[in-house]
Design a binder for this molecule. Structure first.
Ligand SMILES: *Cc1c(COP(=O)(O)O)cnc(C)c1O
Length: 378
């Protein structure tokens, strides 16, 4: 059976995890956490990076940082993971969903402005599959209308927009190190990226249970106490140790995934030329990270048959994201602005093929053969 995902492991992680197990400190902000944060600060050339237990936690911190309160509106696409919305709903926001661009499955940037009201506090961008949105268009709107820009770059580490790293364009960006993402901190993990200088100090406080303990540890104050809203958003040192092993191999992992992605693309191109399905579209401004390889089939009925056929032939493929606006909680906490021309219909066509670090060339060739057989038996 070819699995859909395998958590990334380059065999470089184990030594750092073992070293941490034998050390006298396993709680957060230790040796490896500091190494990782410095690495990210240099890579992203930003004001502050803070490791978190998950991307969900980093998004929750973002909502606190921009002071989301009851009645505020937050604009996003409906084709995303629940945490993109949930983090803001937790602080009382109403979610305003708008339609996607069917070519990239990202938010349709041209619909954002019409959805803005006097209550709009932020726009959240998701770079689906690590392929960037057209960020310049969005930054122009958020600057002119004085609205916060948050990038849920959960899938987008090592993805770029016009050669600048994703996660560095918004006031705040977030990464996920869940085991389904390109880089993992041992199953769960995340990063909060603060690009707006004004938010740095409070981010440290929110992450340390609402205390100024981080400043105290740096020797800037002589005692620490409860000063603001907050929670516990430090990952264990074991997570950071695992992540450090991956950061030393960032390029190796990126290249391996891109090789797989490009091979899929090349082998499947002749079939897509016959209009049997659509391949992913990468805009000129995007330099992606091969997070997802997907096909878009005719409709949900064909997709169900396709997934079953692949499974009968020992290949696991999956679909995801029931659009949030049509889910039980989405109906309660959000509303769809404008028409759902593409979100539902395109989401029902999409299927994700196996994609992970270490996927073998012969496995990809086998998967493509199975796909070919599926279309000849139609
Ligand atoms: C994976 C993902 C998340 C959640 O990440 P966790 O680290 O599991 O909390 C949030 N948003 C998007 C777009 C994701 O793909």
């Amino acid at each position: 059976m070819i699995s859909f995902n395998k958590p990334c492991n380059t065999n470089n992680e184990e030594q750092y995890v073992l070293k941490t197990l034998k050390s006298s400190k396993m709680s957060g902000d230790g040796h490896y956490s500091k190494k990782c944060e410095t690495w990210f600060k240099n890579y992203l050339k930003t004001k502050k990076t803070l490791l978190t237990p998950s991307c969900t936690a980093a998004l929750e911190m973002s909502a606190m940082l921009i002071n989301i309160k009851e009645g505020d509106e937050v604009i996003m696409s409906s084709y995303t993971f629940v945490s993109t919305a949930n983090a803001f709903v937790l602080r009382g926001a109403k979610i305003v969903f708008i339609d996607i661009n069917p070519k990239t499955m990202n938010i349709d940037e041209d619909l954002i402005e019409k959805a803005i009201t006097s209550k709009t506090k932020a726009i959240v961008l998701v770079h689906y599959a690590g392929v960037s949105c057209d960020i310049d268009k969005v930054v122009e709107i958020t600057k002119r209308r004085k609205i916060y820009l948050i990038e849920d770059a959960a899938q987008a580490m090592e993805g770029y927009y016009k050669n600048k790293a994703l996660g560095t364009f918004g006031d705040i960006g977030t990464f996920s190190f869940h085991e389904t993402k390109n880089y993992t901190s041992g199953g769960e993990g995340g990063l909060l990226i603060i690009n707006n200088n004004k938010l740095v100090k409070r981010a440290e406080i929110i992450r340390e249970k609402g205390t100024n303990r981080t400043q105290f540890f740096r020797g800037e104050i002589d005692k620490y106490s409860w000063v603001d809203l907050g929670s516990s958003y430090l990952p264990s040192e074991l997570q950071s140790a695992y992540l450090w092993g991956q950061l030393e191999n960032v390029e190796l992992i990126r290249k391996n995934r891109l090789d797989s992605w490009n091979l899929y693309y090349e082998l499947l191109k002749p079939l897509s030329n016959k209009n049997l399905f659509e391949l992913p579209f990468i805009p000129d401004y995007s330099n992606h990270n091969a997070h997802i390889f997907y096909l878009k089939l005719k409709n949900i009925k064909q997709r169900t048959k396709f997934i079953n056929y692949l499974r009968e032939n020992d290949v696991y493929s999956v679909f995801h994201y029931i659009p949030l606006h049509s889910s039980i909680a989405g109906l309660k906490f959000g509303k769809f602005h404008g028409n759902d021309n593409f979100t539902t219909i395109e989401s029902e066509k999409l299927v994700r093929l196996p994609m992970y670090y270490g996927l073998k060339e012969e496995e990809i060739r086998y998967i493509v053969e199975v796909i070919k057989k599926f279309f000849t038996q139609l």
